[in-house]
Design a protein. Structure first.
Length: 121
């Protein structure tokens, strides 16, 4: 992301002059600078195109090493390599495990993942 005045660029109240993707990238940059031990990503890549999302996810994988990371997402492609995936339905946990375990169970996660695959074809 290129800003006219670099770090000194005024971005307006609540980032209203930025696109959704720009706000997300700026939030990720802030997390990097803070070096927090706990990261919470709530739909961190939802406003990015697929190519940008893949670049960011590759980078975020390195960023989260050694940190506790909570990722809230509807894009299952962004959580395939996590240690533990918790699936919620109607506000309750319905299953948890790794991607491989959840696919083998053929329950809610399996259906969600297959639906996402169909949408991306």
């Amino acid at each position: 992301m290129h800003l006219p005045n670099g770090y000194d660029t005024q971005i307006g109240v609540h980032g209203k002059t930025l696109s959704g993707g720009q706000r997300q990238r700026l939030s990720i940059a802030r997390a990097l600078l803070k070096d927090a031990p706990i990261l919470i990503w709530d739909e961190a890549t939802s406003n990015l195109d697929q190519a940008s999302e893949q670049k960011i996810l590759k980078f975020l994988k390195k960023l989260r090493q050694g940190k506790t990371t909570l990722i809230i997402t509807h894009r299952l492609s962004s959580i395939l390599d996590l240690d533990n995936i918790i699936v919620m339905k109607n506000g309750e946990i319905c299953e948890q495990g790794t991607h491989t375990q959840l696919i083998q169970n053929k329950n809610e996660y399996y259906m969600l993942y297959n639906n996402e695959l169909k949408e991306n074809v």
